[in-house]
Design a protein around this ligand. Structure first.
Ligand SMILES: NC(=O)c1ccc[n+]([C@@H]2O[C@H](COP(=O)([O-])OP(=O)(O)OC[C@H]3O[C@@H](n4cnc5c(N)ncnc54)[C@H](OP(=O)(O)O)[C@@H]3O)[C@@H](O)[C@H]2O)c1
Length: 329
């Protein structure tokens, strides 16, 4: 396993990590979660990602049970949670969502209980909250750090401007600013990582824990032969995700990428994940898996990175044609 420092911080994250969105509680039980986290940890994965909203709190409870059962040295792994949507779904009342001091503080306490942890290594603002002053967010996160309840804080799917506003406030009051952003990043979703955030990387040295490296499974290639029972796009309540990705022009590109991967002697998931971590601004790519075969295959992506030479990268660009166009001078 390779480890990368998270932005300007001292924290070292495994370049491949493991998350629980959709899978924990909705698709897999404690037994499989235990098996998958065990495989990941044994191969050097040290970061496990979660959020209050995943399976409405049940995902954190499941991960908490697994961590307790594993009894790994607490100093050997990093666990995160995120606040924004609350965990009560349609029953959420005012103050049970968003980024107010009240919700961030209570969400942190509740996540610690569900995960059975004394502290979170990273606590993310899952989305920006336009209704809360940025000063309130930054002060709250700073206080949670001072209280020892969280060690680092980050953002997820914030714009470059919103992240820089947080840094402006942090600099103004000598507070600890966001150290890491969690954006989507894969061969079909590139603008934030390869355009919008470039100046933030340069000025603030932000780490990134990127999500959906396989575009929810589209970049495994399996959807080119239809939507099989039990796969993510077949789940009820996820039509929006299926509609987002199951598009003819994308499936055609996936087919061509699959041919390229075969020629290189690697699988398409390995090619797609290796491509993500080839970007030095990626601290870690969070993997998702419902089966141990998937995880074992995806963890081998590290071995595929050296195969992505300039020629291969250009072939990939020619296929996907998603590279953000930046002004030249
Ligand atoms: N901050 C945010 O807003 C946000 C949003 C989304 C995700 N995340 C984080 O990022 C993590 C990863 O995201 P993701 O789960 O969307 O990642 P992903 O790698 O794009 O998709 C993972 C899913 O693809 C399928 N899959 C994976 N490997 C496969 C393989 N080798 N062959 C065939 N199918 C395979 C599995 O689904 P099936 O078996 O069900 O088909 C698996 O659960 C999440 O767990 C979460 O921690 C964060």
């Amino acid at each position: 396993m390779e480890y990368r420092r998270m932005g300007k911080t001292g924290l070292q994250l495994s370049v491949l990590s493991f998350g629980s969105w959709v899978t924990f509680h909705k698709q897999i039980d404690d037994y499989v979660a235990d098996e998958l986290m065990g495989i990941a940890y044994d191969q050097g994965v040290n970061f496990f990602d979660n959020a209050e909203v995943y399976a409405l709190g049940e995902s954190e409870k499941m991960m908490g049970r697994v961590l307790k059962n594993k009894n790994w040295d607490r100093t050997s792994y990093i666990v995160s949670s995120k606040a924004f949507w609350g965990w009560r779904g349609k029953s959420n009342k005012p103050n049970q969502t968003g980024l107010s001091r009240k919700h961030l503080t209570e969400a942190c306490h509740e996540a610690l209980q569900r995960l059975q942890q004394d502290y979170l290594d990273i606590f993310f603002c899952h989305r920006p909250d336009k209704n809360v002053p940025i000063e309130e967010v930054v002060w709250t996160m700073n206080v949670l750090i001072q209280q020892g309840k969280i060690l680092y804080w980050g953002t997820s799917e914030w714009s470059g401007v919103e992240i820089m506003e947080a840094h402006r406030v942090a600099h103004q009051y000598s507070l600890i600013g966001p150290a890491v952003e969690q954006p989507q990043y894969n061969l079909f979703e590139r603008n934030k990582m390869e355009n919008e955030f470039l100046m933030v990387f340069r000025t603030e040295g932000m780490g990134t824990t990127i999500w959906s490296p396989l575009a929810s499974g589209l970049l495994s290639g399996k959807y080119n032969i239809g939507i099989s029972e039990g796969s993510r796009f077949a789940l009820s309540g996820f039509d929006w995700l299926k509609d987002r990705w199951m598009k003819e022009h994308l499936l055609e590109k996936v087919k061509q990428l699959n041919d390229l991967a075969s020629n290189l002697g690697i699988s398409l998931p390995q090619l797609s994940i290796a491509w993500c971590i080839k970007n030095p601004n990626v601290t870690t790519a969070i993997l998702g898996a419902t089966k141990k075969e998937q995880l074992l295959e995806n963890l081998k992506s590290l071995d595929a990175v050296p195969k992505l030479n300039d020629e291969v990268l250009q072939q990939m660009e020619d296929i996907v044609q998603t590279k953000p166009v930046l002004p030249e001078h």
